[in-house]
Design a protein around this ligand. Structure first.
Ligand SMILES: Nc1ncnc2c1ncn2[C@@H]1O[C@H](COP(=O)(O)OP(=O)(O)OP(=O)(O)O)[C@@H](O)[C@H]1O
Ligand SMILES: [Mg+2]
Length: 297
């Protein structure tokens, strides 16, 4: 088990390895006891968060699962959500592309903006929202189709017919998901013939083929062995150059390895949100400290 100081060191080494300093994103940190955030300077698109959730409450029937959650997800960053089972991580993630619409009797208050546009507007095109905000699940879920058809599925339903365009997109997405070399000679085979780790990378290729802005991942590695997990973690580091990623994980080492920011949720509240290295080494809130040091959860 790594100590928190080692976490921090490894994180800096990772940045050093790619010739970068860790991003100075400390201005984005929030905590339950901090004053309300100030917001971004208007007119500065590069700084505008890709997702801005403000005061989100969420109810399953009468049971409230999220309380006043506010979070800015910066563009081209990886945000990890951690917290004990049942604290609302998956619920919050599903709110970000309205997967929660699929459940009866739910209600959401507050605002969630994608690129400044409210996603809970009743007239919003939810299919288009889910293209822009893709999702990867714990249990990889390829369709009962060939590898090729899985990858191009989203493009086909959006009306792309041209074979050449589909083939190019398939190769590009499989390369982007670090799977091309393993499957290029078996594109017509069923997706179910792939290993679990390959199926999860196929799902990542399928989600990225439609050119999303954000990729949500709900415990993407928890059904995978350590080797496949390491491949997905490496892949997340690469995907971050093109997409914004929000990942739910139970594994704090994983959060510290893959993310720039971490949010700690507890009993439906976002207790603390900050630069990953800082949150794991110098948490502001006592509840965060108790959780990351294993005192509960
Ligand atoms: N479909 C549902 N209907 C009713 N209640 C639900 C539903 N899904 C989740 N809940 C409840 O909402 C709360 C938050 O659940 P959620 O799945 O978001 O937690 P989580 O942090 O993802 O937990 P885990 O780490 O176990 O996946 C829990 O109390 C859960 O029982
Ligand atoms: Mg969950």
């Amino acid at each position: 088990m790594l100590s928190m100081t080692q976490f921090a060191k490894e994180e800096s080494d990772d940045f050093a390895a790619i010739g970068q300093n860790p991003p100075d994103d400390s201005h984005l940190a929030t905590s339950a006891s901090a004053p309300p955030r100030e917001g971004y300077a208007t007119g500065n698109d590069a700084q505008r968060p890709v997702i801005r959730a403000s005061n989100v409450d969420f109810f399953y029937g009468n049971a409230q699962a999220l309380f006043d959650v506010s979070m800015d997800v910066p563009r081209n960053r990886v945000v990890a959500l951690i917290g004990p089972s049942g604290c609302g991580k998956s619920t919050f993630l599903r709110c970000l592309n309205r997967m929660t619409d699929l459940i009866d009797g739910v209600r959401v208050n507050g605002s969630i903006q994608l690129d400044g546009e409210e996603i809970n507007r009743p007239d919003l095109d939810v299919i288009e929202l889910r293209r822009r905000v893709g999702m990867i699940f714990q249990r990889y879920n390829p369709f009962p189709k060939s590898i090729f058809e899985n990858v191009v599925y989203g493009l086909r339903i959006s009306g792309v017919r041209d074979r050449r365009a589909l083939e190019e997109a398939c190769e590009r997405s499989l390369r982007g998901a670090a799977l091309w070399d393993e499957v290029k000679d078996r594109l017509k085979e069923s997706a179910f013939e792939l290993s679990g780790g390959q199926q999860q990378r196929l799902c990542i290729a399928r989600a990225t083929a439609v050119n999303p802005e954000v990729v949500l991942m709900d415990e993407p590695c928890s059904a995978l062995d350590p080797r496949s997990t390491a491949r997905i973690e490496k892949l997340i580091g690469e995907l971050r150059n093109k997409y914004t990623i929000v990942i739910v994980t139970h594994n704090m080492q994983q959060a510290s390895r893959v993310s720039d920011f971490t949010g700690f949720l507890y009993e439906g509240r976002l207790v603390e949100f900050g630069v990953t290295q800082t949150l794991f080494t110098k948490p502001i809130e006592k509840e965060t400290e108790d959780y990351i040091t294993g005192r509960f959860g």
